[in-house]
Design a binder for this molecule. Structure first.
Ligand SMILES: Cc1cc2nc3c(=O)[nH]c(=O)nc-3n(C[C@H](O)[C@H](O)[C@H](O)COP(=O)(O)OP(=O)(O)OC[C@H]3O[C@@H](n4cnc5c(N)ncnc54)[C@H](O)[C@@H]3O)c2cc1C
Length: 509
């Protein structure tokens, strides 16, 4: 945090991929920016609960912002990831027709993609499908070599760290409770912690963006949560597919159909489902949908077996289209007509991850038109992430261990994460220290055992290296303590230290 006072030129509410991309884009100018996020870390909303696909742009209706920003985002994504040291792979995608009637759907998608400016789309026949994907069942496909994959949470973290480095202030665990308009162009923002004042407010709160807009009297938006559930398959079956494999999308459905997505880390995702729900917080996974995922995936990939599943999760689409209509409404990125200097980002559903940078540029354009922002020539677009020991060659590994013995201790055996990487994750510049923050930064606890082996060791490292008592460590901030026992404020000072130490010993045995 680089400022002591709470007055900013721009306050961004929400540190998802969109809020963080806007923060980074604004950090190129001489403006005083703050990001307020209710969670304990950045990217814990929809931005860590998606497919991680860098879409090419053939699914979106020509002439929409979705189509324009998806194509622009796709074309500039490799450069963005290389600047920010974020993994990216252009592996290509197949939209597979299983029966003759679906081939028309492929042609329509190709035509739409060509109109949107997507490069290199081609319709391929059964032989070519089998050559590219020997395990997939289908009779023809639309092949999109420009579709890529990335890590959505590492990208969000990287955007935030790059912005932070350029002076943007991040306030985590800071939930906006109300917004008062002080005059034509100033706001007072009340949070669970303190108050902020600002000339501009940017509402990038994803699924909650209608609720935040209502705080200043803008009632015209409504967001319907639409849940998508996924299975994650073990890395040891990554050989099953080489590309993203999608069905032909159905009209009036809120998603693109249950697909198979290789992740940047070598797992395969099966999903997401498509179910309008009432609550904006309900991230459950349900046995009924889980069964549907497995059976639909088997139609493409008969080799899938339940034993390959290591975990399930869900994400919520921020849909503007009600369930009676389904489908996709265009992104809304606008300064409200009734509240000056209040910029809303509404309905940023898929392909929001792909389009994050063009969306951020559009927001800055809106402000720039009113303020003529001064470019800051000291802006440095580059940022370095945590070095993945496992990805280095044997020679480099030996040198690293010599220079830094903590590379010599493997903490997470499934994902082969070293103690040095854990330490770097805990030392992250945003100051996020929960186990989930460590997990997203290193992949520790993401393997088949899901932390069964390494979680205790990670807590021990937090105690040894950062003097954190195990009772203070949380899974994901707030009150998500992992261990019960004495909390420091409940024990008298004289016996506190002794009791804690003996309790810690017991718990860590
Ligand atoms: C199932 C699924 C699959 C998807 N797959 C893809 C894909 O493969 N490719 C792609 O391009 N896009 C995909 N998307 C879309 C993409 O994930 C989203 O467009 C993108 O993540 C939206 O980011 P955001 O920053 O707007 O929202 P979020 O990441 O949800 O960020 C909003 C933030 O606001 C915070 N917040 C909310 N209320 C408050 C408050 N009162 N005070 C402070 N902070 C607050 C939240 O905690 C959250 O961190 C998918 C989406 C879903 C649901």
């Amino acid at each position: 945090m680089k400022t002591k006072n709470n007055r900013f030129d721009v306050v961004i509410i929400g540190a998802g991929v969109i809020g963080c991309a806007i923060a980074r884009e604004l950090s190129k100018y001489k403006v005083n920016v703050a990001v307020l996020e209710k969670e304990d870390d950045v990217g814990w909303g929809i931005s860590c609960r998606n497919s991680g696909v860098v879409h090419a742009g053939f699914n979106n209706k020509p002439g929409t912002l979705m189509a324009q920003f998806c194509v622009e985002g796709n074309k500039s994504f490799a450069e963005l990831c290389s600047q920010l040291d974020v993994p990216y792979k252009k592996i290509g995608k197949l939209v597979v027709a299983k029966k003759k009637e679906e081939i028309k759907g492929l042609q329509k998608l190709k035509q739409q993609g060509d109109t949107n400016g997507v490069d290199n789309l081609q319709i391929i026949d059964l032989n070519e499908v089998k050559r590219l994907e020997p395990n997939i069942e289908g009779i023809a496909a639309l092949y999109s070599p420009e579709t890529a994959i990335t890590s959505p949470y590492l990208l969000t973290i990287a955007l935030a760290e790059n912005a932070l480095d350029k002076g943007v202030s991040f306030f985590l665990n800071t939930e906006v409770k109300s917004i008062i308009r002080l005059n034509n162009s100033h706001f007072r923002i009340k949070t669970n912690k303190r108050e902020f004042t600002s000339s501009y407010v940017i509402n990038s709160t994803g699924i909650y963006s209608d609720y935040i807009a209502r705080m200043v009297g803008i009632n015209k938006y409504r967001i319907y949560p639409c849940r998508g559930e996924y299975h994650i398959l073990d890395k040891n079956v990554s050989w099953l597919i080489n590309h993203l494999v999608y069905p032909v999308p159905q009209a009036g459905v809120g998603g693109l159909g249950i697909h198979l997505t290789p992740t940047i880390d070598g797992n395969i995702l099966v999903g997401p489902s498509n179910e309008y729900i009432k609550s904006k917080d309900n991230l459950s996974v349900t046995s009924s949908v889980m069964k549907v995922l497995s059976s639909e995936a088997r139609e493409f990939l008969p080799l899938i077996s339940p034993g390959y599943i290591i975990r399930s999760y869900s994400g919520l689409r921020a849909k503007q289209a009600p369930s009676s209509e389904g489908g996709f409404w265009d992104f809304v990125i606008e300064e409200s007509g009734i509240v000056n200097n209040f910029i809303n980002l509404i309905g940023i559903e898929s392909p929001g991850l792909t389009a994050a940078q063009p969306i951020a540029k559009r927001v800055v354009e809106i402000i720039n038109k009113k303020e003529r922002l001064d470019f800051d020539p000291s802006f440095n677009p580059f940022r370095k992430g945590i070095l993945r020991f496992e990805e280095q060659n044997e020679e480099t590994k030996k040198t690293l261990i010599k220079q830094e013995p903590d590379y010599g201790e493997i903490v997470c055996r499934c994902e082969k994460v070293t103690k040095k990487e854990i330490l770097e994750a805990v030392n992250n510049p945003l100051g996020a220290r929960s186990l989930i923050s460590i997990k997203y930064r290193t992949r520790a606890m993401m393997g088949r055992c899901q932390g069964g082996y390494c979680q205790n060791r990670i807590m021990e490292i937090l105690r040894e290296s950062f003097k954190l008592s195990p009772q203070e460590i949380t899974l994901k901030g707030n009150n998500s303590y992992l261990l019960t026992g004495y909390r420091s404020n409940e024990v008298s000072k004289s016996c506190q230290k002794e009791k804690l130490l003996s309790l810690e010993e017991e718990l860590l045995v």
